[in-house]
Design a protein around this ligand. Structure first.
Ligand code: HEC
Length: 247
């Protein structure tokens, strides 16, 4: 019996962990387009300006980004390469690891593969889910990653939001805290639509970084379809030619 209870408890565990992680149920759809080069370029710039202080991209090299995104190597040095000297270097942070762990209590993770592990919707929602919470170290909390050790680094762009929660008791007498929506407290430098675009560009860039080859795959896909279309036309012309005499 004890064994059965143990097994049941083990089976339930992941569910509990998941419920705790995404307790608010707040999840938005990113809808980014990794084929949009202008968006990827803006995303790369946003990343270097606002995220590279803490998060490295250890599987990506600057010159690879430049090539894939159509950025000239001369522009690369002025706009993106703040933490490297040579374009073939990977994208590292300037801050030593130990310092970050000391300041935030947790080392900011490398984000090379986050679009794959978490998904683009998750990152998009996370960056739109910071709200004012004076009980935390940095004065902000996050609906998607509760008690995140990351400060709301984009607050000056988005402005401050409060999250509205409501306590409800269900028919079994269990109380739940339900997220009801955000209330804008102060204006940021960007409008809501502009902030949205800013975040989508960032997510798009991280989507590309998670799987750089998808850009080549897309252009290869177009070539294959073009080839097939030409072949189809040829085949149709041939068929007409063959059947001309039969009809
Ligand atoms: C001041 C340092 C700092 C900056 C700047 C920063 N972050 Fe973070 N970030 C962190 C820390 C610390 C964590 C770990 C949070 C935790 O696990 O509680 C984190 C976590 C994350 C995560 C979750 C990763 C995961 O899988 O758990 C994502 C995504 C993320 N950051 C994206 C960004 C983006 C995008 C930017 C730029 C707009 C950014 N961060 C800027 C410190 C920072």
């Amino acid at each position: 019996m004890a064994k059965r209870i143990l097994i049941a408890a083990l089976l339930l565990m992941p569910v509990q962990v998941m419920a705790a992680a995404g307790g608010s149920g707040f999840m938005l759809h990113a809808g980014n387009d990794v084929g949009n080069k202008a968006s990827l370029q803006r995303g790369a710039r946003n990343y270097v300006n606002y995220c590279l202080g803490c998060h490295s991209l250890q599987y990506v090299r600057y010159n690879q980004v430049a090539k894939d995104l159509g950025i000239a190597e001369s522009d690369l040095e002025d706009t993106l390469m703040w933490t490297a000297e040579k374009p073939q270097e990977v994208i590292e942070i300037a801050m030593p690891d130990g310092d970050a762990a000391r300041w935030f209590g947790r080392t900011p993770p490398d984000l090379s593969l986050t679009s794959r592990s978490r998904g683009t919707d998750w990152i998009y929602s996370y960056l739109k889910a910071f709200y004012v919470d004076p009980t935390t170290m940095f004065g902000y909390n996050n609906l998607v990653l509760e008690n995140a050790a990351m400060p709301h680094v984009l607050w000056s762009l988005e402005g401050d939001k409060a999250a509205i929660f409501e306590d409800t008791v269900d028919q079994d007498g269990v109380s739940h805290t339900e997220f009801k929506g955000f209330e804008q407290l102060t204006e940021g430098k960007l409008s809501e639509a502009e902030y949205d675009e800013f975040v989508i560009d960032l997510v798009n860039f991280l989507d590309y970084v998670g799987e750089p080859v998808q850009l080549q795959r897309q252009s290869l896909g177009i070539k294959v379809i073009a080839y097939l279309l030409v072949f189809l036309l040829l085949a149709m012309a041939l068929k007409k030619e063959f059947w001309k005499d039969v009809d």
